[in-house]
Design a protein around this ligand. Structure first.
Ligand SMILES: C[S@@+](CC[C@H](N)C(=O)[O-])C[C@H]1O[C@@H](n2cnc3c(N)ncnc32)[C@H](O)[C@@H]1O
Length: 423
């Protein structure tokens, strides 16, 4: 039913829908399986539909039945631990609740998939020989425009590596709150609570949780850490010396607070953390209380509208802007299906508009950090080029694309720009 609801909303609003259904499940194992199934189907939707269409020829029109079949097919293809008969029985059971005669229909399709697996795989291999892009679009399950776009941006081989990596299951990343604890203490506590973890080799303040529920621990309640992926921690992580020198930092799109907290941990001044979304601002405030920061000022502000109170006031402006989020597909596989090339264009324009305002909020000699959790040149390098073209008083200091397949984290982009003049 979750997948049916998600598809009805054209794969948008996924987070709140997942949360709603997640809350209904009390058992930790059931919750994990629920996420695995919903994410798995979204991750491999094209491949799963290829199997279903192969045996039905005309496809399945009723979206409720289609999604029951998708979950079952995902189990058949990817979850060896679930016996085939259990998958088929469960799917028939759920279908019969919609209408008793559907049981036989679902049973026939799933049995056909099981019987014809080899034949279906062979037919896919034939597509590979004739049309490689179509094959990738089915096998790795991505819309064709995204494959083309990443190929244009980084070349075919690299695009393929990125697309493959973005289909992997992400571990949960946490960032140690260095105001309250350090790596050694947190690691000791994690060991005691039986959580399996891995300290990240690029940033030892990031720990990946491999097994165990960390949110229900006292460590979380006491504010010893917050959730963050390695990639997102690098805006501050790679530029700590700049942040240490800053007295006033503005974070234009701050919620739920990752970069604001990274910054608040190291600066000897304060951060003004803004966002447009009331609910996200509430989450930000809750996080600040839990983590115990006293150098963050929260304000509701629309970054697209010029705010004269901010003009010329800040040493650093962080512009971690709305984007297509292709770098975060591992965690949010619905992004594959709810974005179009037009979104890339629209977000690029929005980013340029917000950066225009950000430029005026900096003092002379100040630093602008522009970042996105997306991949592809249009929203990254091209946004920066357009900004630099308009703002001749800025220069590019450094720029990095965090390629997910190389860093084993989300895909990300960070650009550091300096406003001319002495501070
Ligand atoms: C990429 S997220 C920011 C993540 C955050 N920097 C962090 O590290 O946790 C983008 C944020 O921009 C906010 N946003 C979108 N449009 C905005 C606008 N016009 N003005 C201010 N915030 C905006 C969204 O509500 C969202 O919280």
């Amino acid at each position: 039913m979750t997948l049916f609801e998600v598809e009805k909303k054209k794969f948008s609003g996924m987070d709140s829908l997942m949360e709603k259904f997640h809350q209904k499940l009390k058992n930790e194992k059931d919750r994990a399986l629920f996420v695995e199934l919903v994410h798995g189907v979204l991750r491999y939707k094209n491949l799963i539909d290829y199997y279903i269409n192969f045996v039905t020829k005309k496809g399945v029109k009723d979206k409720r039945i289609l999604n029951i079949l998708r979950v079952a097919t995902y189990e058949l293809l990817f979850l060896e631990k679930i016996p085939e008969y259990a998958t088929v029985n469960e799917a028939c059971e759920v279908a019969s609740k919609i209408s008793p005669h559907l049981k036989a229909f679902v049973n026939a399709i799933l049995r056909n998939i099981i019987r014809n697996k080899n034949q279906i795989e062979e037919s896919l291999e034939r597509i590979k020989e004739i049309d490689l892009k179509s094959y990738i679009s089915i096998k790795l399950s991505y819309p064709k425009f995204l494959i083309d776009y990443l190929e244009e941006s980084y070349g075919f081989e690299k695009a393929l590596k990125i697309l493959e990596f973005l289909n992997t299951r992400p571990p949960v990343g946490i960032k140690i709150n260095t105001k309250k604890t350090n790596v050694d203490i947190l690691v000791q506590e994690l060991r005691k609570s039986g959580v399996e973890y891995e300290v990240n080799s690029h940033n030892s303040e990031i720990i990946y949780i491999l097994k165990g529920n960390i949110k229900d621990t006292q460590l979380y309640k006491q504010g010893y850490f917050y959730f963050q992926d390695l990639a997102s921690s690098l805006v501050v992580g790679l530029n700590k010396e700049d942040f240490k020198k800053a007295k006033k930092v503005l974070d234009l799109c701050a919620a739920p607070g990752g970069k604001t907290f990274n910054c608040a941990e190291v600066i000897d001044g304060f951060v003004v953390a803004c966002d447009i979304n009331d609910h996200k601002l509430d989450v930000l405030r809750e996080n600040i209380l839990r983590l115990g920061f006293d150098n963050i000022i929260v304000a509701k502000s629309d970054a697209e509208i010029f705010n004269p109170d901010f003009a010329g006031r800040f040493d650093i402006v962080i512009a971690d802007l709305p984007c297509t989020g292709f770098g975060a597909i591992r965690k949010k596989p619905d992004i594959k299906w709810n974005k179009s090339y037009q979104d890339i264009e629209n977000l690029h324009e929005l980013q340029v508009r917000i950066l225009d305002n950000a430029a005026s909020y900096l003092k002379r000699g100040g630093l602008l950090f522009y970042s996105t959790c997306t991949l592809g040149r249009k929203e990254n390098e091209e946004t920066v080029l357009k900004f630099l073209d308009k703002h001749k008083d800025f220069s590019l200091v450094s720029q990095i694309t965090i390629f997910p397949d190389e860093f084993k984290c989300d895909g990300f982009f960070i650009s550091k720009l300096r406003k001319e003049g002495e501070r």
